[in-house]
Design a protein around this ligand. Sequence first.
Ligand code: FAD
Ligand code: NAI
Length: 466
Amino acid sequence: MAAYDLIVIGAGPGGYVCAIRASQLGMKVAMVEKRTTFGGTCLNVGCIPSKALLHASELYDEAGHSFGKMGIGVEPKLDLAKMLTFKDEAVKGNTDGVAFLLRKNKVDHFHGTGRIKAPGIVEVTFMNGETQDVDAKSIVIATGSAVAKLPGVEIDEESVVSSTGALSLPKVPKRMLVIGAGVIGLELGSVWRRLGAEVTVVEYLDRILPGTDAEVAKTLQRILSKQGMIFKLGNKVTGIKKNGAAQVVTVEPAQGGEAETIEADVVLVAIGRIPYTEGLGLGDAGVSLDKRGRVIVDEHYQSSAPGIYAIGDVIQGPMLAHKAEDEGIAVAEILAGQAGHVNYGVIPVVVYTAPEMASVGKSEEELKADGVAYNVGKFPFTANGRAKANQQTDGFVKILADATTDRVLGVHIIGANASEMIAEGAVLMEFGGSAEDLARTCHPHPTLTEAVKEAALAVDKRAIHF
Ligand code: FAD
Ligand code: NAI
């Protein structure tokens, strides 16, 4: 008989949530993690440290620029080492929390690197080189993702950094060049700009945040430009050379043309992430990968090898912590004979810039491409009482509803606290709600959420305050 019902490889948001849910459902669960702490990319070098720095740097920026007009006289002084400690403490609080949860749920853990030796057997190699075979009825691969590299560009995590290095720069660079206007580029670019760096973002495409609603992305680009971020869209980096302490970056128009060079003190490479399956022995175990290196799974998250499942960044779909978590819960429930399920049409996306941008469901471009007739309801924060009181009036709420049924198909928010407000759209869409449902729901006053209600009213052209 196998020692465990389930072994989960990787303790990120996908893996540790899966382990906890499986334990709740009565399974005997083991977790294998090669990092010394739990929580994966998200808690150690992703979501949590980046949000700690975004929070701290936003307050620093506000203290310098917005406090005065509220009658608060302060001259902010940056202590970067302390800010980094604040970030590290946030990480520790969260990773310790996961360790506590795993203990509480009686999940056994093995700190070492897992390799699938055969279906049902994971060989763990510990830090000291010793190995141990652990066997289980089922295996879940939750090994996440790693930084995508730019050919010819070496990341030393000091002057040419990935997101990991950009979370721990020991001093504020005078000039930072960011490659990629995706989520990481805009979030971490914002952090260092607020702390005093001159930030230039080079993006291959002719827009920022590909895949998001174009109108919202354009608005965010305009606001970030006003804050001082410089965008070079439709350009690619073709090489980086050192000149003393400076990095000389060669930038070329994406469609061809004359190259130019830009000097920077630190270059952040943020061109995406790739699934991480190194050393897992997947080929020998009979687990197939797609062209992009992702583990191929069926609708039950089972790979091509029976008894071996995969979730999170290592499979298809958006590389988001909450998507990985929901898949972790779903696969645990499926293994317990229940109907685990993830609704991929309702996965919110948030960009934690200031203002924040948050979306759920379809963009206008997607609805047009699908040939779906829709109505648009829009409401600007300039017309929202709370936003006016706080003098945070940048942005708007946009609701897209089916022209025939009024069912909400997409909610897009750019504005302060968009990350919190988007959950309202997600719940509504999960229940198949209409713009009318939202418009008839009483919202507290004065709150920014009233702009969501007004956008729903605007779908039927009856917004009150605009
Ligand atoms: P991971 O979190 O990557 O965890 C995988 C774990 O597996 C790792 O701990 C790794 O050490 C371990 N592992 C790998 N191979 C082995 C092996 N052979 N043996 C043992 N252990 C192994 N997402 C959001 O939703 N919101 C955000 O705000 C957000 N911010 C981010 C900011 C940054 C800078 C980055 C880089 C990412 C961010 N993400 C965010 C994305 C998010 O971190 C990932 O989507 C999420 O962590 C994926 O979870 P996962 O469980 O699939 O994998
Ligand atoms: P991304 O996929 O979001 O953006 C990468 C950008 O780089 C794209 O705009 C792409 O067009 C551009 N690009 C690619 N190659 C290029 C080149 N050679 N030159 C110039 N531009 C180039 O990837 P990013 O920002 O690295 O983030 C990785 C993942 O992490 C994302 O998929 C995201 O889901 C996740 N993440 C999520 C966060 C959140 O939810 N708030 C925060 C940070 C990361």
